[in-house]
Design a protein around this ligand. Structure first.
Ligand SMILES: [Zn+2]
Length: 264
C-alpha cells in the first residue's frame, strides 16, 4: 500500500502576515483557516489519485485548524497537540509533503518567523547554521527513511528546503521585498500547486525519490529569548550556558531530536 504523509502548518499559508491571523481566538483567523484548508485539500485531492492512503497532520498551534468536511475518502487526519513532531509518521509511508511551512526563528525580517516556539526560542543552530521547522521535519522524516518530496510555504522555508535538496518541488506563497512581505493571490497558489504536482508525476517523483537527510551533528546551539530559559535548559546533561545561548553535546541524530523535543 502506498501511503503519503502531509505535514501542515499555517504561518506559511498564502496571505497571512501577523499572529492574529493564525490565532484561532482572533476574529481575523477564519479567512486564513479557509485558505490553509483549500491549499491542503488541493494537495490531497490530486495526491489521492497517486496514493492509496493519505495521512494529514494538522500541526499548527492547537492543531485543530483544517476544516475537514471535504477531505477525500482515502485521507485520514491527525488533530490535536500531543507535543510531538510529525505524529504517526513511520517507515510504512512512501513520502512526506510539507504544506504551510514558514521562516525559521532568527529570520527576523519575516513577520511570522519562529522555530517551534516564538516565546521560548530566538534561533536554533545545527552545525553553526540556523535551522527551522522545515529542516526539523525533513530530519524527522529521514529517520524513518521517508523522503520529503514537496514543500509549500514562504520563500524562506522553501529556501531552507532547497539548501538541503536543491531540486525539491515547491510552491512559494509569500516573498520578502525590502521591508514588505508580498503574498501571491490564493488563486495563483492553487494553480501553482496543480502545475507542480503534475510536473512531479511526469518526472516520476512519486516513485523515485531519494530526499533523505541525516546530518552528522557536530554542534547544536539553542539561543533562547531570555537568560532564565537558557539557564533552565542548560540543566540538560553536558550542556553549556553562555548568556542566552545553550550549547548541547549531541551523540547522534536521536539525541538531537530528543533535545529539540525536551528543550523547546
Ligand atoms: Zn504554526
Amino acid at each position: 500500500m502506498k501511503k503519503l504523509y502531509v505535514a501542515c502548518d499555517m504561518e506559511g499559508t498564502t496571505g497571512n502576515c501577523n499572529w492574529d491571523e493564525v490565532n484561532q481566538k482572533s476574529s481575523v483567523y477564519s479567512q486564513f483557516q479557509e485558505i490553509m484548508t483549500n491549499e491542503v485539500l488541493k494537495v490531497c485531492e490530486i495526491m489521492s489519485r497517486e496514493y492509496d492512503e493519505i495521512c494529514v497532520k494538522d500541526g499548527h498551534w492547537t492543531e485543530t485548524n483544517i476544516l475537514i468536511k471535504d477531505l477525500p475518502e482515502n485521507c485520514k487526519i491527525i488533530r490535536g497537540d500531543d507535543g510531538r513532531n510529525l505524529t504517526g509518521l513511520d517507515s510504512s509511508y512512501s513520502a512526506v509533503m510539507l504544506i504551510g511551512y514558514h521562516a525559521a526563528g532568527g529570520e527576523f525580517k519575516y513577520p511570522l518567523s519562529h522555530t517551534i516556539s516564538d516565546d521560548i526560542v530566538y534561533e536554533v543552530r545545527l552545525n553553526g547554521k540556523r535551522i527551522g521547522e522545515t529542516t526539523l521535519a525533513i530530519i524527522n522524516s529521514s529517520i524513518y527513511n521517508v523522503p520529503t518530496i514537496f514543500i509549500l510555504g514562504d520563500e524562506s522555508a522553501v529556501k531552507e528546503a532547497q539548501n538541503i535538496f536543491p531540486e525539491i518541488n515547491n510552491v512559494i506563497t509569500k516573498n520578502l521585498s525590502n521591508t514588505s512581505y508580498i503574498s501571491k493571490s490564493p488563486k495563483k497558489v492553487m494553480n501553482e500547486i496543480e502545475i507542480s504536482l503534475k510536473e512531479m508525476k511526469k518526472n516520476n517523483i512519486f516513485e523515485n525519490n531519494k530526499n533523505i537527510y541525516l546530518p552528522k551533528v557536530d554542534s547544536l546551539e539553542i539561543e533562547y529569548t531570555n537568560y532564565r530559559l537558557a539557564k533552565k535548559y542548560s540543566n540538560y546533561p553536558n550542556a553549556k550556558l553562555n548568556g542566552k545561548i545553550v550549547s548541547f553535546e549531541v551523540k547522534d541524530i536521536d539525541e538531537f531530536l530528543r533535545i529539540i523535543n525536551l528543550c523547546i
